[in-house]
Design a protein around this ligand. Structure first.
Ligand SMILES: N[C@@H](CCC(=O)N[C@@H](CS)C(=O)NCC(=O)O)C(=O)O
Length: 222
């Protein structure tokens, strides 16, 4: 199998984490988003969306991180995507929730504009988007903290599922916005549990590298 991805990409990391945690044999092809490799004709001929991650397994070629995670989990019989109908439905529900409600308000509005400013985004527009995001994502953060997690260790029970792989990658974008998670202790504890997975720090090293580069840029701009 071949995975086109970039470790700095929020949607690549959950798949890379899955690959690492399960010790899958996978050819990793780095599509360098920083240099715009995703928009080069060579890559567009593989994935016309010009986005990562993208998986090729024989005659199967597919994008969409959620679908890739489900495919890999089913292919490998991983317990991170339970076979019980109702347990699986809850994982599907959580993944749909993370990629819509949570991603839209928390990632797109609250976090991403922070990355846009050093790359030329209008700071006034960025500030307005972030203020809107913070106001509206509070609703979803409360649901995640109190209802999806609550006393649970992971969003669908006491063991991590692919919904956690995906969700934690989105939640960690909060670090880019220096987001204060202290009002959400269950989210903080969950992030800590995910970070304790054996392959986590290695998989997220690219993200933390990007984070420190952004912080240095911001410090230099003061
Ligand atoms: N819904 C897709 C989103 C994929 C996506 O937008 N990936 C971003 C990186 S996180 C990307 O490749 N962006 C490149 C671009 O838009 O030019 C998924 O979950 O895989």
């Amino acid at each position: 199998m071949k995975l086109y991805c970039d470790p700095i990409s929020t949607t690549s990391r959950p798949v890379l984490l899955f690959v690492a945690e399960h010790g899958l044999e996978m050819e990793i092809v780095h599509v360098d988003l920083m240099s715009g490799a995703q928009l080069e004709p060579a890559y567009l001929s593989i994935n016309p969306n010009g986005a990562v991650p993208f998986l090729v397994d024989g005659d199967l070629a597919m994008g969409e991180s959620s679908a890739i995670l489900k495919y890999l989990a089913q292919k490998t019989g991983s317990p991170t995507y339970p076979t019980d109908l109702k347990a699986r439905a809850k994982v599907d529900e959580a993944m749909a929730w993370f990629t819509t409600n949570f991603h839209e308000y928390f990632c797109l509005f609250t976090c991403y504009p922070n990355m846009g400013v050093p790359h030329g985004m209008d700071p006034v527009l960025a500030q307005a988007l972030m203020a809107y995001g913070e106001e509206h994502s509070a609703r979803w953060l409360k649901v995640l903290d109190q209802h999806m997690l609550g006393a649970r260790k992971f969003v669908c029970g006491d063991a991590p599922t692919i919904a956690d792989y995906q969700g934690v990658s989105f939640a960690l974008l909060g670090e880019i916005a220096a987001f204060d998670f202290s009002p959400y202790p269950n989210i903080q504890a969950w992030i800590g549990r995910m970070r304790a997975l054996p392959s986590f720090e290695r998989t997220f090293a690219g993200f933390y590298g990007l984070l420190s580069a952004l912080r240095s840029q911001a410090a230099a701009a003061i």
